[in-house]
Design a protein around this ligand. Structure first.
Ligand code: FES
Ligand SMILES: [Fe+2]
Length: 351
């Protein structure tokens, strides 16, 4: 794990030019850490990403990673259109080069002149964790509150970084779907669930400093359908959810023979209507099987969810409990909405 903190105290993101969030909600979400890219997708080329409606560029500057506004201070061209060499990134328009901490290190038209600090980029912290690059637009801490992931640093576990998945829906709706245990028998019947097993046994939620957790025991297995004959009749599957508001949940699934699979659902709010879903995983079994099989299975499961998340109305997550109907199986979703309210969030969306 490496940490590269690049923010200077003055680097506070102004409100984005185009806002899909309510300003008060944006101000709260901008103080949280969100993943914006896989470490492995960052080569020498600068990467353009969007977080909370803010266009950002991510690039390598030697040993550090820089996250900055995707905007050249000279004439406003996105730096993600430029070129990188692993040490610096060069703007596509007049070739100004930017390096560590977003400093402008070269103005080709005037190679011998001093470079004014006004040409430095506005940067944000960049922290590598779970194979992801995390950042924060209005940092108040050092990344210590990036959600923990059980077993990620455990040598008995294999670490896996699935490709991200883009969803045309709100991160809160997507996360709520991830912690929902009542939809398996209707949505995931081609991947792991049993359409004949829709009953949700009682479970409880516990409030934690970051959100809440829930331990859910049922007979719904987690082996890929048709891929395995390793079903274990009578085995009680434990799914341990840990939710870290606003948009991260980790699920630790207890398999037979002390097998463990941990899936982090880290939903990055591109905007109020778009989500980039990152899914680092780790497991202590099947460690020699091809990673592509894990990627493919994960994609199939999240694709099953996607159509529903993208179709839900309203598009935001109603935090007022009177606005949607609830049943006993929804304890996790009720706890999630309550935890978001406790953060001070309200409506999420502009019109
Ligand atoms: S616009 Fe970037 S160098 Fe001129
Ligand atoms: Fe699902």
């Amino acid at each position: 794990m490496t940490t590269a903190t690049c923010a200077r105290p003055a680097d506070i993101h102004p409100l984005p030019r185009t806002m899909t969030f309510e300003v008060d909600d944006w101000n709260i979400l901008a103080r949280c850490w969100h993943p914006v890219a896989l470490v492995r997708e960052l080569g020498d080329r600068p990467l353009g990403v969007t977080l909370l409606d803010a266009p950002l560029v991510v690039y390598r500057a030697g040993d550090s990673i820089v996250v900055a506004d995707d905007l050249c201070p000279h004439r406003g061209v996105p730096l993600s259109m430029g070129k990188g060499d692993g040490q610096t990134v060069a703007c596509a328009y007049h070739g100004f080069r930017f390096g560590e901490k977003g400093r402008c290190v070269k103005v080709p038209a005037h190679p011998d002149s001093a470079i004014p600090s006004k040409l430095n980029l506005r940067t944000y912290p960049a922290v590598e964790r779970y194979g992801l690059i995390w950042t924060c637009l209005r940092p108040e801490g050092d990344g210590a509150d990036i959600p923990p992931m059980p077993h990620w640093n455990d040598p008995a576990f294999q670490q896996i970084n699935c490709p991200w998945i883009d969803i045309a829906g709100f991160a809160g709706r997507q996360v709520e779907g991830f912690i929902d245990v009542a939809h398996f028998a209707f949505v995931h019947t081609d991947t792991f669930a049993d359409p004949e097993n829709p009953v949700v046994p009682p479970y409880r939620t516990r409030i934690t400093p970051d959100g809440f957790e829930a331990e859910y025991r049922s007979s719904v297995g987690n082996y890929p359908i048709g891929k395995s004959d390793r079903g274990r009749p009578g085995f009680e599957w434990l799914r341990h959810f840990r939710v870290h508001v606003p948009f991260t949940a980790t699920l630790e699934i207890h398999f037979p023979d002390n097998g463990r699979l941990v899936i982090m659902n880290a939903a990055s709010p591109v905007s109020a209507r778009k989500t980039r879903m990152f899914a680092p995983m780790c497991r202590n079994f099947d460690k020699d099987l091809p990673l592509q099989d894990v990627y493919d299975f994960n994609l199939r499961v999240f694709e099953e969810d996607r159509a529903l998340v993208e179709a839900q109305k309203p598009e935001n997550l109603p935090l007022d409990p009177t606005l949607e109907a609830h049943v006993m199986a929804d304890r996790s979703s009720i706890a999630y909405r309550r935890a978001l309210r406790t953060m001070g969030l309200s409506q999420f969306f502009t019109a």
